[in-house]
Each structure stands twice: as structure tokens, then as C-alpha cells.
Design a binder for this molecule. Structure first.
Ligand SMILES: [Zn+2]
Ligand SMILES: [Zn+2]
Length: 320
């Protein structure tokens, strides 16, 4: 069974709006940290999930006799389980707080906000544009559906509306039909999931994931063919190798450091990733008795993240 998560719950609940018990049951351990994304609605529930240990299989009908006399009545025929008591707070319906979710996404992906409802499709909103450089604006659209067929039709509508690459965000990939991903890749567009963009941190709060940056860079290099170049989709670098992005981390390198990375990148691409230290030192015009790590003297973190020893003694390779 798939692990319970708040974002997968959003694809199981119509609206998504439900009583707290249902959110708790479907979101599992993530509920407490994620409930900031829920807000109470005016209306009260008329149905309530069965709470008996033996679950009768129906949603009980909520009967409000008075403020403090509320019950849930089994609607099975014949009645299969007993009526239980409920409080007013039990039957409050909580819906996904979309404005708050939109703000969080706009911030996590550094979007230019421009909210537009997409006509003719349900639960689908353009939140803004991703603008990696001047003159380029890629629409970013959030959609939350409960059926695979609905995802397919939303993505077809978006593909028809946008001639330029776009980014679509869905809670998870659980309900996405595989052919939909093909449509997106043909259109040089990308699917991001809320479970990738917003994750639980150590203190069980939902925060923007550090991999947002990598997801955007990957989208850029595929869709727009510019910006950073990529080796293997995990290692990204600027044309002059001064800017390198690997495993969610970005490094700005000096000229000598970027020469080292360029040599190692070329070796990697040629299928001979290990390069002798002496060769590197000679190429960058440095003394052979210096260590490679000395080239990264004030930036040992970059050295450790980007480079590791090769198979043979005295050789180095990219750390990918
Ligand atoms: Zn029941
Ligand atoms: Zn029942």
C-alpha cells in the first residue's frame, strides 16, 4: 500500500474538503504538520465516517437535535451498527486552503504571481509564471483531481492552450496515467508534484524542498535549452563552469576551480572519468606538488561535493 501522505489525501477527498477525522485517516502522520493548509468552512457535515471498530461500511447520517445533541446514525439497511455521539467540532468541514497553498508554491518556486482560473477545467488554477530570464515566461498551473481521466483531460487542455513550455503541478504522481507524461515531454513541459516541492522538515512542518532549485534548472535546460547545461541530469554547470549545481547545492567557482571542473566534466563525457592529479595541475598551470584540494583552499565544501578520488591512486573524478 502507498504510504499515507497529506498530498495523496488531497487526491482522495473530493473538493478536497472533509471532516477532521477523514483528513486524519487519509493523511496519517503528516496530518498534524500539514493542517495549516486546511481551513474550516461555514457548512457542517451531513455525513460522518463510521467510527466503530467494526466498520459497517456506510457514512453515518449526521442528525443535529440541538447544539449539544448531535449523533451519527448508521444508514445501512438493515441498520448494522449503533448510533454514536458527535460534537459540533467533529462535524466542521475543513477544506484545502487554496490561497495559502498558492502563496506557498509561488514563494517556493519564486514565481511571478498572476492568478488565472483555467476555463472549462475543474480545480485548476494558473498561479503565475516562471521566468528564468528576461522575455521568457512559462505558465505554472496547479491542478488537483481525484480521477486519472480528469488529469488526462486537464493536461490535454493545457497542451492545447499553451504553445510554449509550461509547468503543471499535481499533488502526487499516484493518479497520473503514463501517457500524460509523454504528452508533457513532447511539449517540453514538466510535471512537478506538491510532495516534491513541499516536504516535511525535521520538526514536522511543511517547508519548501531544497530540490525546487534543481527541478527548475532541469526544466529550464530541457524546455528552453539554455541557462545551465547538464551532465546526466544531476550535475549542472554554466557555459564557463563558474556556476555549478549538484545535489540541490549551488557553487560559485574561481577561474582555476572552474578549469578543474571543466577538465573533469570533459573526461566524464568521454567515458574516462578518472583524471590524474598531475595532469590536472599541469593543465591549470599550477605546481605539481600542490594538492588538488589546495586549489579549493577556501572552499573545501565545494571540493568535497564536486570531486572524489578516482579508482587509481592519484586520480580524481567528478562526484556523480
Ligand atoms: Zn457504522
Ligand atoms: Zn452503516
Amino acid at each position: 500500500m502507498k504510504q499515507k501522505s497529506f498530498w495523496s489525501a488531497c487526491e482522495m477527498i473530493i473538493g478536497p474538503a472533509a471532516v477532521e477525522l477523514e483528513w486524519k485517516q487519509l493523511a496519517g502522520e503528516e496530518y498534524e504538520g500539514a493542517k495549516v493548509f486546511l481551513r474550516p468552512m461555514q457548512e457542517l457535515a451531513t455525513r460522518y465516517p463510521c467510527m466503530r471498530s467494526y466498520i459497517c461500511g456506510c457514512d453515518h447520517r449526521v442528525v443535529i437535535h440541538s447544539e449539544d445533541d448531535i449523533v451519527g446514525v448508521c444508514t445501512c439497511n438493515p441498520q448494522a451498527c449503533e448510533t454514536f455521539r458527535l460534537t459540533k467540532s467533529d462535524i466542521i468541514i475543513y477544506e484545502l486552503d487554496r490561497p495559502m497553498l498558492h502563496r506557498t508554491i509561488v514563494e517556493a518556486l519564486s514565481l511571478e504571481p498572476a492568478e488565472v482560473e483555467i476555463p472549462n477545467v475543474r480545480w485548476t488554477t494558473q498561479m503565475g509564471y516562471y521566468s528564468p530570464r528576461l522575455g521568457v515566461r512559462c505558465p505554472v498551473v496547479l491542478t488537483i483531481q481525484t480521477e486519472p481521466a480528469d488529469y488526462r483531460s486537464v493536461i490535454s487542455v493545457l497542451a492545447a492552450r499553451n504553445s510554449e513550455p509550461f509547468i503543471i503541478i499535481a499533488p502526487t504522481v499516484n493518479l497520473l496515467p503514463p501517457d500524460v507524461l509523454e504528452i508533457l515531454s513532447l511539449r517540453k513541459s514538466a510535471l512537478f508534484t506538491l510532495s516534491d516541492i513541499l516536504t516535511m522538515d525535521g520538526s514536522e512542518k511543511i517547508v519548501a524542498s531544497p530540490s525546487c532549485n534543481v527541478m527548475l534548472v532541469r526544466f529550464c535546460s530541457r524546455a528552453l535549452g539554455g541557462g545551465l547545461l547538464s551532465l546526466n541530469d544531476v550535475f549542472f554547470y554554466s557555459q564557463d563552469f563558474h556556476c555549478v549545481l549538484v545535489n540541490d547545492r549551488e557553487f560559485t567557482l574561481t577561474s582555476t576551480q572552474s578549469q578543474v571542473i571543466q577538465i573533469l566534466c570533459e573526461a566524464y563525457r568521454n567515458g574516462t572519468p578518472d583524471v590524474g592529479k598531475d595532469y590536472i595541475m599541469e593543465e591549470i598551470g599550477s605546481l605539481c606538488d600542490r594538492r588538488l584540494r589546495d586549489v579549493f583552499c577556501r572552499d573545501q565544501e565545494a571540493f568535497k561535493c564536486l570531486i572524489r578520488p578516482g579508482k587509481k591512486r592519484g586520480t580524481y573524478r567528478l562526484n556523480i
